[in-house]
Write a protein that binds this ligand. Structure first.
Ligand code: MG
Ligand code: MG
Length: 249
């Protein structure tokens, strides 16, 4: 079932989204060469505690952290650990927060120090694909336009989009219907978006093959060819004034 949120409910989601944005800001500051991905997770935990928010990642199907930490060829769902960030890495941070039962969810990929030209381009194109998708989150438009916008930009730049992991509705649960694929078509492509719909859109774009591989830990998803992957995500509401990104500072 696809639910619509009232203005008051969206206001609570905006509060959760602001906490997520603050987690990102602090995590970006902490993601320096020499830091471990677990160091970055601790910083995100501190923000949740300071803001009186709960984590929607911690203990989700047993996930052990408040951020997903996905460097380089890790696409999504990396577990924070003793991995040391190094100059030239790219690093995806995905995290969320709950305020009064309402969820926010967002992801960002950052360069650690100076990165090679292709890695920077991968980051820039993935962000641009999310920006283009957000513009389509408008009352009356079809959901399929969202994924099509991502695919056009990512594939047009010579990259590939991950198909096995998709965006989602969000509200009183982190993952609600509908699924939001990062490509044209899909089960809900013809569904018309309406005011009050809230989506988490999250393109995962690979430098090489779109094929994914799940590591033995049951969480970490990597590229099959070992090339790099970037991931951006925002939580966005359909409003009478157009798309509103809820996960901004
Ligand atoms: Mg996320
Ligand atoms: Mg998500």
């Amino acid at each position: 079932m696809i639910t619509k949120k009232s203005r008051d409910q969206i206001a609570l989601m905006r509060r959760a989204g602001r906490v997520v944005a603050e987690m990102h800001e602090e995590c970006i500051r902490a993601s320096k060469p020499g830091a471990t991905t677990l160091d970055v997770d601790r910083v995100a935990r501190d923000v949740l505690e300071r803001r009186g928010a709960q984590s929607n990642f911690l203990n989700y199907h047993g996930f052990p952290a408040v951020i997903c930490a996905s460097p380089n060829h890790v696409i999504v769902h990396g577990i924070p650990d003793a991995t040391v960030l190094e100059e030239g890495d790219i690093f995806s941070i995905d995290c969320g927060a709950i305020i009064e039962g309402w969820h926010g969810d967002a992801a960002i990929t950052i360069p650690i120090g100076t990165v090679d030209t292709e890695s920077q381009r991968l980051i820039d194109i993935t962000q641009a694909s999310l920006d283009a998708a957000i513009e389509r989150v408008v009352d009356g438009k079809r959901l399929g336009e969202v994924g099509a916008a991502v695919e056009d930009i990512a594939v047009g730049a010579g990259f590939t989009v991950v198909k096995e992991y998709v965006g989602h509705g969000i509200g009183t649960a982190m993952h609600e219907e509908p699924q939001v694929p990062n490509y044209a078509g899909g089960p809900n492509a013809k569904y018309r978006m309406k005011e009050g719909l809230v989506l988490a859109i999250e393109p995962m774009v690979n430098a090489g093959t779109a094929e994914t591989f799940l590591l033995d830990d049951g969480w970490t998803v990597v590229t099959r060819d070992g090339r790099r992957s970037a991931h951006f995500e925002h939580t966005i509401a359909v409003t009478e004034h157009g798309p509103e990104v809820l996960t901004l500072p």
